[in-house]
Design a protein around this ligand. Structure first.
Ligand SMILES: *Cc1c(COP(=O)(O)O)cnc(C)c1O
Length: 224
């Protein structure tokens, strides 16, 4: 098992161009598998449930950079605020306000990504492009001293049609450029384009991604 994770990890890394950050998505996998990847040098891991990440943080090395990638309920923010490196799934103003509040309580600035809803699938989560435009033009986010908007996160439709997947990544990439130009020209930290998962990260890096979130291709199938 250990060797398998190590081999898979190196396989994924070998496909990533320089400058693309790998977030190893370890949700539903045991801490031992994370340790296997850690021992190969991987330091960035992503989880989607507050209780599961809390358990893992307790037993794993403290130089791991943890990303939260799942839908986060506002009442759970306080549990992860002390240690989370990045919340990639910021999907409502209400949630961002709570992240800001808890970050300030912890004397921290928490990095967030705005999660976009571009895919054709009916999901409840994520901002529309217009939502993001009005949020940023309102100035509300820049007043929040506890959060730093680092960029965008999105998931493409879960389909086989590669051209459609590529099209959705392009929408995100163009939107990133628009936001950079209109709102973050002077902010070097606005630089994260998080798209691409196990089945489509190769397409994602060809379409602007510089942060891929890969689980299954490293750790194997999840057992829910
Ligand atoms: C689970 C998950 C991933 C990883 O998916 P794989 O197909 O296992 O690579 C990436 N992003 C998000 C938001 C997820 O929930």
């Amino acid at each position: 098992m250990t060797d398998e994770v190590a081999n898979n990890l190196h396989g994924v890394l070998s496909h990533l161009p320089e400058g693309v950050k790998l977030v190893a998505i370890s949700k539903f996998h045991p801490a031992e598998k994370i340790t296997s990847a850690y021992n190969e040098g991987q330091r960035v891991f992503g989880e989607s449930h507050e209780q599961e990440i809390a358990r893992k943080v307790e037993v794993l090395p403290n130089d791991i950079e943890w990303h939260f990638i799942g839908h986060l309920q506002t009442n759970k923010v306080k549990y992860i605020a002390p240690y989370i490196s990045m919340i990639e799934s910021a999907d409502s103003l209400k949630l961002i306000k709570e992240i800001n509040k808890q970050a300030i309580k912890n004397n921290r600035v928490i990095d967030i990504l705005l999660e976009l809803h571009i895919a054709e699938e009916a999901t409840k989560y994520g901002f529309s492009l217009d939502d993001v435009r009005s949020l940023l033009s309102s100035g509300t986010l820049k007043e929040m001293t506890g959060v730093r908007v680092r960029g965008l996160m999105m998931m493409a439709s879960n389909i086989d049609d590669k051209s459609q997947i590529a099209k959705e990544f392009d929408v995100a990439n163009e939107f990133f450029k628009e936001l950079k130009r209109d709102y973050f020209m002077a902010e070097d930290y606005f630089d994260c384009r998080s798209w691409g998962m196990s089945h489509d990260y190769d397409i994602a890096v060809e379409h602007g991604s510089n942060m891929v979130r890969v689980g299954t291709a490293i750790f194997g199938e999840r057992e829910y």
